[in-house]
Ligand binder design. Structure first.
Ligand SMILES: Cc1cc2nc3c(=O)[nH]c(=O)nc-3n(C[C@H](O)[C@H](O)[C@H](O)COP(=O)(O)OP(=O)(O)OC[C@H]3O[C@@H](n4cnc5c(N)ncnc54)[C@H](O)[C@@H]3O)c2cc1C
Length: 453
C-alpha cells in the first residue's frame, strides 16, 4: 500500500480525502486513488451520494478489489473495535475493519476461535465477508459466510441496515461474497467454535496431483488440509499433503501472540526478482527435503492458522514486477484429466512456477464466490508480464475452462470479462443480482472494471 501523498482539508460534512498510490498485493495494478478514512459512523455519509466509491479493508487481496482510479476507497481501518463477546455462547460482534489475526489473538486464550481464516492475518472481517474467503479446510468448514450471524451494512442514502438470513435475506446473501458492491459493512456478529489444544500435523507425500486429490478426498474431516506441490516440469505435482488433526492431549508450545510477527499488509519488494529458475529449484528441493517424507509434528493452532507469517521474504522476492496467483476450483470428475493436461502444458512451456498448492472444497457455487465441490489448485508465477509466463497463464486458463473450472476472482489478475463469463455459467444472473443493489454503478473498483461487473 502506498503512502498517503496529499491530504485535503475536511469540508463542512467532515469529508477529508487523501490521495494515495495504492498497489494490489500481487503488484499487477497500481493507481493514484482518493482515500477516505472515516473514524466515526456519520462520516460514512460525508461523501456526496453520486460519488463512486468502494469499501477497503487492509487491501491484502491479490487483485485490486478495494480501489481504482475512478472511485474513492473508504478505508475501514479505524472501525476496528470489539463490540461484544459472549464467552458462554461463542458469539462475537466486531467492527468490520478489525484484522482477523487480532481477533484470533483475542479469542484463542478465551477458549474460542474462528475456524475459517485466510492465510493473511491482516485481512479484515469486512474483507473476509465481502470476498467470502476460505480457510485451511473449506470442505470441512465451508466459507466465511458460514460464520456470519448478522451484519450491519451502510448503504448511501439509506443509512445503516441490519441484515441476517431472515431480515433482508437477499441483501445479506448478496453482501457475503459481494466484493463491496452492495455497500460498506460496518460490523458483524460471528459464530465461533471451540479450538483444539493443538494441531497434530501429518505429512503425506504424494507422487502427483491425481494422488494428491485422492488423499485430500479421504481426509475431508481434517482440521487442516492442504497440499504443497513442486511446480517444476520434471516433478510437476509431486509434493505433500499437510493433514492436521485436533490434538487435545498435546501441550502446545507457547503461542507467539505478538502482532509484530504478522505478515505485513504491504511488503516492500526487493529491487530484483529472486525467483528465477535456479532459485525456484533450490527452494523446491529444500522444501522437498523438509516435508516430503512421512512425518508428524505438533503445532500450536495459531501457527497452523497463519503459516504464511514467515513468508515475508518469499513475497518480497517477487520484486517490483510482482506475481500472479491463478486459483481455480475443478470439479472432481474432471480433476484427473485437468491435472494431466496441465502437466503436459508445464512440460511444453517450461514456465517458472514458485508455488503450487491444493485444497479440497465441498460447498455450493453461489454468487460469484469461490466455492463448489472439487479440488482447488493455486499457482504463484513470478514476472507475469514476461512472454513465456504470460503464454502459460493464458493456456492455464483455457485448460481450466475446458475442465469446467471456477476461478477465484479476488486472486487472479489475469482473468478478463470473457473468461469469467465462460467459467461461471450463470454469470449474468449473478451479476444482475448484485447490480440490483448497485444500479447506478456507485460501487466500483479496478476489479469490477476489468471484469465488467
Ligand atoms: C498472502 C495471502 C494469503 C491469502 N490467503 C487466502 C486464503 O487462504 N483464502 C482466501 O479465501 N483468501 C486468501 N487471501 C485473499 C484475502 O484473504 C482476501 O482477498 C480478503 O478479502 C482480504 O481482506 P482485506 O480486508 O484486505 O480486503 P480488501 O483487499 O481491502 O478488499 C477485498 C474486497 O472486500 C471488500 N471489502 C473490504 N472491506 C469491506 C467492508 N467493510 N464492507 C464491504 N466490502 C468490503 C472490498 O471492496 C473488496 O472488494 C490471501 C491473500 C494474501 C495476500
Amino acid at each position: 500500500m502506498g503512502a498517503m501523498s496529499m491530504t485535503h482539508g475536511a469540508d463542512r460534512r467532515g469529508l477529508a480525502l487523501a490521495s494515495a498510490q495504492l498497489s494490489s498485493f500481487d503488484r499487477q495494478f497500481t493507481a493514484q486513488a482518493q482515500v477516505q478514512r472515516p473514524d466515526r459512523y456519520r462520516l460514512l455519509d460525508a461523501l456526496p451520494l453520486d460519488t463512486p466509491r468502494i469499501a477497503r479493508g487492509s487491501g491484502v487481496s491479490y487483485v485490486a478489489a478495494s480501489f481504482g482510479s475512478e472511485a474513492v476507497s473508504q478505508d475501514m481501518g479505524s472501525f476496528d473495535r470489539l463490540l461484544a463477546f459472549d464467552i458462554r455462547t461463542g458469539l462475537v460482534c466486531v467492527e468490520a475493519g478489525m484484522a482477523i489475526g487480532d481477533l484470533q489473538r483475542f479469542l484463542l486464550p478465551r477458549g474460542w476461535y474462528l475456524p475459517i481464516a485466510p492465510g493473511h492475518p491482516r485481512a479484515t472481517i469486512g474483507g473476509c465477508i465481502a470476498a467470502d474467503v476460505h480457510g485451511k479446510n473449506p470442505a470441512r468448514d465451508g466459507t466465511f459466510r458460514a460464520l456470519v450471524e448478522e451484519l450491519q451494512l451502510h448503504v448511501p442514502g439509506h443509512g445503516l441496515l441490519s441484515l441476517d438470513a431472515h431480515h433482508d435475506a437477499d441483501l445479506f446473501a448478496a453482501t457475503c461474497g459481494g466484493l463491496g458492491l452492495t455497500g460498506t459493512i460496518t460490523r458483524a456478529t460471528l459464530r465461533l467454535r471451540r479450538p483444539p489444544g493443538a494441531i497434530a500435523l501429518r505429512r503425506v507425500p504424494v507422487a502427483n496431483l491425481a494422488e494428491a486429490a485422492r488423499v485430500l478426498r479421504e481426509a475431508a474431516n481434517a482440521q487442516v488440509l492442504y497440499g504443497w506441490h513442486d511446480g517444476q516440469s520434471a516433478r510437476f505435482g509431486s509434493g505433500v499433503i499437510h493433514l492436521g488433526l485436533a490434538d487435545e492431549e498435546a501441550t502446545p508450545p507457547a503461542l507467539d501472540t505478538s502482532p509484530a510477527r504478522d505478515l505485513p499488509a504491504s511488503i516492500a519488494p526487493l529491487p530484483f526478482t529472486v525467483w528465477n529458475a535456479r532459485a525456484i529449484a533450490l527452494a523446491n528441493s529444500w522444501l522437498r527435503r523438509r516435508w516430503c517424507a512421512p512425518g508428524m509434528s505438533v503445532a500450536p493452532l495459531a501457527s497452523a492458522l497463519f503459516p504464511l507469517n514467515d513468508a515475508r521474504w518469499y513475497f518480497a522476492g517477487f520484486g517490483s514486477a510482482g506475481l500472479v496467483e491463478l486459483q481455480w476450483l475443478v470439479p472432481h470428475p474432471r480433476f484427473e484429466a485437468f491435472a494431466a493436461a496441465l502437466g503436459e502444458c508445464v512440460a511444453r512451456e517450461q514456465p517458472r512456477i514458485a508455488l503450487v498448492s491444493s485444497k479440497l472444497f465441498d460447498g455450493h457455487a453461489h454468487g460469484l464466490a469461490f466455492d463448489g465441490k472439487g479440488i482447488a489448485l493455486a499457482l504463484h508465477l513470478p514476472s507475469p508480464a514476461a512472454p513465456r509466463q504470460r503464454a502459460f497463464c493464458e493456456q492455464f486458463t483455457q485448460i481450466a475452462l475446458a475442465h469446467e473450472g471456477r476461478p477465484n476472482l479476488i486472486k487472479d489478475a489475469t482473468l478478463d470479462a470473457d473468461s469469467v463469463r465462460r467459467a461461471i455459467a450463470d454469470f449474468e444472473v449473478r451479476r444482475l443480482a448484485l447490480a440490483r443493489y448497485n444500479a447506478d454503478g456507485r460501487f466500483r473498483s479496478e476489479l469490477t472494471r476489468r471484469l465488467a461487473l
